[in-house]
Design a protein around this ligand. Structure first.
Ligand SMILES: Cc1cc2nc3c(=O)[nH]c(=O)nc-3n(C[C@H](O)[C@H](O)[C@H](O)COP(=O)(O)OP(=O)(O)OC[C@H]3O[C@@H](n4cnc5c(N)ncnc54)[C@H](O)[C@@H]3O)c2cc1C
Length: 297
């Protein structure tokens, strides 16, 4: 895309050829052809309205469920910053900007004496990413607590969708790939603040014990198939610790892939495909990628 095809930002920042690896958990992958960090909602809408319709747009959260391929991401990658990170309680709901981390929602709910959102304590992505992915844990997910989400469409118009209009399924949603969630209203349940705090601490400790939280990873690689666990199938197929280049199946949690230091995105994606093939050969089950893979190989 030639720079002339990218409209000037009204107030935000536009960067050509922007490295994305530092912005994602795996710390791998090529640059964004253009990275746009809008100053506010009006800026985002005006920019998208002026952007030629054939330029692809990719929303980026904290990159905690994402492989950015080594050839980089064509078109415009949109990253929501501080202007989209407000979180406040409103009655029995939490209203959060899509750039806010899930942990901030869990903490605001705790402070407001609202339960049911503790699971967000353990999910290291943004509210926008959580809506897109229908993030969940411990039997709860976004589909079960979202009241409505405000979304900016590719043409720059904004629309507020009720939860049932988002098209949720297990660890995915029906949002178009270029629709950008800008805020969400999430419902909690009035409960004892100390009980919420206790549950959040329990979740934090449980995560620490069972997941490679301090490594370069992308969270759960594959969605759990109905009635089974992806980690169990991967383990049974003999993949624990399996390596390809600088990528490895975590010894601690077999549904996590890790960058041991010098992995490329091709190493990570190739290892994931090898795991899928081994699981298919061992158990006959086709694992579905939960990690979103974007960009050019
Ligand atoms: C250690 C670890 C533990 C995890 N545990 C869990 C877990 O228990 N449960 C769980 O469900 N997930 C888990 N994840 C995965 C991940 O945190 C979630 O999927 C999270 O919701 C992704 O949010 P993100 O902001 O990082 O999105 P990204 O990884 O940046 O993007 C993921 C997808 O969301 C889209 N997206 C991002 N922001 C927006 C937006 N504003 N509007 C529209 N689309 C957007 C992207 O285009 C992409 O398609 C874990 C990940 C890690 C690293």
């Amino acid at each position: 895309m030639t720079p002339a095809r990218v409209p000037p930002a009204v107030a935000g920042r536009v960067t050509a050829n922007a490295p994305l690896a530092p912005l994602v958990w795996f710390k791998t992958g090529g640059p964004a052809e253009t990275l746009f960090e809008p100053a506010d909602l009006d800026d985002l809408c005006a920019y998208l309205a002026a952007l030629p319709g054939d330029v692809p747009v990719l929303p980026l959260g904290l990159g905690s469920n994402l492989i950015v391929r080594d050839g980089g991401v064509p078109g415009v990658t949109v990253r929501l910053g501080k202007a989209f990170a407000d979180v406040r309680a409103d009655g029995e709901t939490i209203v959060a900007g899509a750039g806010a981390p899930g942990i901030a929602v869990a903490a605001a709910a705790r402070d407001a004496g609202l339960g049911g959102l503790e699971f967000l304590r353990g999910i290291p992505g943004t509210v926008g990413g959580a809506v897109r992915m229908n993030a969940g844990a411990y039997g709860r997910d976004i589909a079960g607590c979202l009241v409505e989400a405000t979304v900016v469409r590719r043409n720059g118009t904004r629309v507020t969708l009720r939860a049932r209009e988002v098209g949720f399924d297990y660890r995915r949603s029906g949002l178009p790939v270029d629709a950008i969630v800008v805020s969400a209203r999430i419902r909690g349940m009035v409960t004892d603040r100390r009980a919420v705090a206790h549950e959040m601490d329990r979740i934090a400790a449980e995560r620490e014990a069972s997941q490679p939280l301090r490594q370069r990873t992308g969270g759960s690689t594959f969605a759990n198939p109905p009635g089974d666990k992806a980690w169990r199938l991967i383990d049974a197929a003999g993949c624990r610790g399996l390596r390809r280049g600088g990528a490895q199946v975590s010894e601690k949690h077999t549904n996590f892939l890790i960058n041991t230091g010098d992995a490329t995105s091709a190493d990570i994606e190739g290892l994931g495909e090898e795991v899928r093939a081994r699981v298919k050969a061992h158990s006959g089950i086709d694992l579905r990628w939960e990690i979103v893979r974007v960009g050019r190989a």
